[in-house]
Design a protein around this ligand. Sequence first.
Ligand code: GRF
Length: 197
Amino acid sequence: MSDKIKLAVLGSGKGSNLVSLAKACANGSLPAEIVLVASDVADAGILERAAEYGLPAKFIDPGKFRTKLDEAAETAYVTALNESGAEWVALAGFMRILKGDFLRAFEKKVVNIHPSLLPAFPGLEAWKQAHDYGVKATGCTVHMVDHGIDTGTILAQGVVPVLDEDTPTTLHHRIQQEEHTLYPRTLARLFNGEIRI
Ligand code: GRF
């Protein structure tokens, strides 16, 4: 039997963090196996990236709401994750708030990566918020997911300087580069028992 952690990845976007996690699983630096990639967006890049890496991938209809899953959708997500055997869930740009039954089903087993140094700039387009505010450093945060928006226990952070010539786009690009090392490295430390929550 494999002693690798069974990991599911949920995302709504282009899937660059999924790629960094898949590569880390493949080269052995992340002791995990991605058992399911699920998206609430039927044509999301993350589903195409999953297919390229030979990972099981699924669009799961999010239901009638715009920012959360409705009850039936929440059940569908939990069922699919359970069927995949997932023990941990990594959010990678999943644009919906997870609540109630989902968090109870995966209690203290859901992590997220956010593109700012929390608690600064929670919510949408955090890199733009940081740029507009004029901070001189920002970065990314890996944190546990709880009922709030970007409020769970912080596991690790990576700092990215804001350069005078930065636009929101160039800043976002450098934050994402930092994410691609921070996320796999932090999950590896978590799964190896090096981080206590
Ligand atoms: C990342 O920047 C992450 O911080 C945020 O959503 C973005 C997802 O990007 N939560 P990608 O789909 O992994 O490229």
